[in-house]
Write a protein of this length. Structure first.
Length: 419
């Protein structure tokens, strides 16, 4: 089934709890627009290749589109629409004034040289400059794109449009108008959600944790910072993996050792700890399992191996709907992606505001404000969790859906126009 259709099923479950007008519901069934371009890029060896590139603006009721740009061989129209769909509800759940968007290029970024990455990133902006912008749709990093890529994109956009429109892209290097703390924001923001849940709610939800041990899949921009904060706060990260495999130590991995080994070997070695596969990591007997890599890693094929008491979705869409239902039945507490990984877009919002008003936040202010926004959203979602007696995913969608529908309905609905 198409990824977007799967994603929309998560919304279906929330419909009856959000008390929304059917017209608002109907609007949210379709992406507002998806643009596809073919991008020619000359490689270092002289070969010209054409890459498929996309930008989807799923819904812009609450403000300009907001969402990352992903470089990955699996990127296609459906992929971008599903990711833009999740962004729509993520921004609404966080109560930030953005709609949902996402873009990407179908490419294996690991095969490109730095010069090729630069050319491709600038070519993306050449193709999409007229459909993005500070008040239209504001891109940011995602898988296999980072602050350097955002810097190239910003400089290309500036060249085309003129002036210094720093608010056209977030996740830029600080020297080009980026904000302190953007790199760590998704990982840290996730951690703030986790702490709020564990400290205030988890026992009331009937879940008893043993030692707050964590198994983490994905050690990129998001996973690394999450692990960093978890370590600072005394949690035990016992296993970490990436696309090549992973490492495990029941007593807790030495993170400095792991980071050093990863940096020296392009992600292929782990320093200490015994080697494990991704499937083994997912089935570890830990308190908290954190998928922080790609979609659809917890599926009907492996869900019965999951022993964790909490699944904390730092990746977008890591759990299929079928597997989600099984986890709920088993009493596993699932923290949905649109809440768990929203820290990045929250700090992107701070960056956009900073670029517009010229007032710069310090790192301490960013992290303090991030903590406040994440905790508030978590409390609001938990209010609905208890009120409706539904899984946290449905509760968070109901919260977000109500906010988007509220903006639509204040412009009038069928009843109003029929007099
Ligand atoms: P990244 O490219 O920096 O890191 C991705 C990590 O996943 C790497 O460690 C990679 O080796 C690993 N990985 C890739 N394929 C894998 C596989 N098949 N099995 C196991 N590991 C695999 O990306 P990121 O920015 O850290 O994003 C990770 C996830 O978080 C994505 O789902 C992304 O959409 C989501 N996310 C990112 C942000 C952000 O601010 N970067 C914000 C919200 C959500």
């Amino acid at each position: 089934m198409a990824m977007l259709d799967e994603a929309k099923k998560q919304l279906d479950a929330a419909f009856k709890y959000a008390a929304i007008d059917p017209e608002s519901w109907e609007r949210l069934q379709y992406p507002q627009r998806t643009i596809q371009c073919s991008i020619p890029m000359r490689h270092d060896d002289g070969t010209l290749r054409i890459y498929k590139a996309f930008r989807c603006q799923y819904d812009t009721t609450l403000g300009p589109g907001k969402g990352g740009i992903r470089y990955h061989p699996a990127v296609d129209r459906d992929h971008c629409e599903a990711l833009a769909f999740w962004m729509t509800f993520k921004c609404a759940a966080m109560k930030i004034p953005f709609g949902g968007a996402k873009g990407g290029i179908c490419v294996d970024a690991k095969t490109l040289s730095h010069r090729e990455m630069e050319r491709l990133s600038k070519a993306y902006i050449d193709a999409f400059a007229d459909v993005i912008g500070p008040d239209i749709d504001i891109p940011a990093p995602d898988m296999y794109t980072d602050e350097r890529v955002m810097g190239w994109m910003y400089s290309e956009y500036r060249k085309i449009k003129g002036g210094h429109p720093k608010d056209c892209i977030t996740g830029k290097p600080t020297a080009l108008g980026g904000i302190e703390g953007r790199n760590s924001s998704t990982g840290y923001g996730g951690f703030f959600v986790l702490e709020t849940l564990l400290n205030d709610y988890i026992e009331k939800c009937g879940v008893t944790l043993r030692d707050r041990s964590i198994a983490l899949q994905g050690f990129g921009k998001v996973g690394t910072w999450f692990a960093d904060m978890a370590r600072q706060k005394g949690y035990k990260v016992v296993a970490i993996s990436n696309e090549y495999g992973g490492a495990y130590n029941k007593k807790g991995l030495d993170l400095d050792d792991v980071i050093k080994a990863q940096a020296m070997t392009g992600g292929r070695e782990w320093g200490s700890g015994s080697l494990i596969t991704n499937e083994e990591l997912l089935g570890l007997d830990v308190d908290i399992l954190v998928p922080a890599a790609i979609e659809n890693v917890i599926t009907s094929l492996n869900v019965n191996n999951i022993k964790a008491k909490v699944v904390f979705e730092l990746a977008n869409g890591p759990t299929t709907n079928e597997a989600d239902a099984v986890l709920n039945e088993k009493g596993v507490f699932v923290v949905p992606d649109i809440l768990a990984n929203a820290g990045g877009v929250v700090v992107s919002y701070f960056e956009w505001v900073q670029n517009r008003n010229g007032v710069q936040k310090t790192l301490e202010e960013v992290n303090e404000d991030l903590n406040r926004v994440m905790a508030t959203a978590t409390h609001k979602a938990m209010e609905r969790y208890f009120e409706h007696g539904v899984p946290l995913r449905t509760a968070t969608y109901a919260l977000a859906l109500r906010r988007i529908a509220g903006a639509n309905e204040c412009l009038g609905n069928k009843g109003y126009f029929r007099g």
